[in-house]
Design a protein around this ligand. Structure first.
Ligand code: PLP
Length: 380
């Protein structure tokens, strides 16, 4: 049996109710939501509404209309960054970001946005004091990840969000690796823009995600087009979510996302976190005992999200990944994980690391088999 340990890329397998919801909607309910007055379209619209409500509840957003559905976290991040920044603005970010943040910021820098990068320590932690110091007067936005996809390092989001609020600085959080795993409450944490993938920790299908837009935050659309509302006007509507959601929505994916959110709710967020933390502890303990293995990121599982990186002395990560797949039927991700800056920060650029990211469906027995496989590879 294949052992899948790449849940940081996308969660797999998906819960059975997610598969069933996708198949059922595709077969019987995939009319265009919000576009027709007939019952099938209205039913599709209700699926979207229910998914919006569930997503809003998950992140502590009182107004579900401020949940904007996207295809993934990358689209949500682009919508947030291009939607609030303009030439002359100043944005502070960190050295632990995924290219989903790095590249839009680079494109914005080319258009005259000032981008200031704060370097994390060797474990991947970004000091809140350093971030506060970098946010000089006139800074418009602090944009950073909640949890690193390379080291699993969890940043001090709550503290920073509260501080940003006192300074009038917008706060954007990339929750690609934390949503579904760590508690998030945009209101309590002072988060103005929260980017979330539907297909990772929320256990939904690929092609789903959302941006949660805080009360009073103005975001320019990334796309303009049909919304099924105010059709007499050639201008984009002002109301959310339509202002930021043009074109036919992915009702099949959203039906799956809704089922994923319901599944998580039923499983219990605390239980999910505890299970994944127990797997992580097993991994951390086991890898530490392997001769020649070097672990990166925090050792404290309380400040560690789902991903863990390591290298083996004298072993090329790409080769290790290939052998884990070919000889042991184990899926991990190797290399730079679309986060070259994070690897520069922890000293593993340009070769990268082997990343292991367990998920809800992994068992302790699978982790034992993984550790035994790494042991045998380390022994040559
Ligand atoms: C930290 C981080 N941000 C953003 C993304 C992009 O997410 P998506 O694949 O949903 O666009 C990823 C994906 O791995 C990620 O790990």
């Amino acid at each position: 049996m294949t052992i899948y340990l790449d849940n940081a890329a996308t969660s797999f397998p998906k819960p059975e109710p997610v598969c069933a919801a996708v198949a059922r909607t595709l077969r019987y309910g995939a009319a265009n939501p919000g576009r027709g007055g007939y019952r099938l379209s209205l039913a599709a619209g209700r699926v979207v509404l229910a998914a919006r409500d569930a997503a809003a509840q998950l992140v502590g957003m009182p107004d579900p209309a401020r949940i904007i559905f996207t295809a993934n976290a990358t689209e949500a991040i682009n919508l947030a960054l291009f939607g609030v920044l303009q030439p002359g603005d100043r944005v502070v970010t960190t050295s632990m970001e995924h290219n989903a943040v790095v590249r839009p910021l680079r494109a914005l820098a080319d258009r005259g946005v000032e981008v200031v990068k704060v370097t994390a320590d060797a474990l991947g932690f970004v000091s809140p004091a350093d971030l506060r110091e970098a946010c000089t007067p006139g800074t418009r936005l602090l944009a950073m990840t909640h949890c690193s996809n390379v080291t699993g390092t969890v940043q001090a989001i709550e503290e920073l969000g509260r501080w940003c609020r006192t300074q009038g600085i917008l706060f954007m959080v990339d929750a690609a690796q934390s949503a579904g795993l760590l508690p998030i409450d945009v209101t309590e944490m002072g988060i103005d823009l929260l980017a979330v993938p539907g297909h990772k920790g929320l256990l939904g299908p690929p092609g789903t995600g959302f941006l949660c837009v805080g009360e009073g935050v103005q975001v320019k659309p990334l796309l303009y087009g049909g919304t099924g509302t105010r059709s007499t006007s050639d201008r984009q509507p002002d109301e959310l979510p339509e202002r930021l959601e043009s074109g036919t929505l992915n009702v099949i994916g959203l039906a799956g996302l809704l089922a994923g959110l319901e599944y998580l709710q039923k499983a219990g967020p605390v239980r999910v976190r505890e299970h994944e933390r127990a797997l992580l502890e097993q991994l951390l303990g086991g890898l530490r005992r392997i001769p020649g293995a070097t672990l990166f990121g925090p050792v404290d599982s309380q400040r560690h999200g789902g991903a863990l990186s390591f290298t083996l002395e004298g072993g090329d990560p790409t080769e290790l990944g290939h052998r884990l797949d070919a000889e042991h039927d184990i899926c991990v991700r190797v290399g730079l994980h679309c986060a070259p800056d994070a690897h520069r920060t922890i000293g593993t650029f340009p070769v990268g690391t082997v990343r292991v990211s367990p998920g809800w469906f992994n068992t302790h027995e699978e982790i034992d088999r993984f550790l035994a496989a790494v042991h045998s590879l380390a022994a040559g």
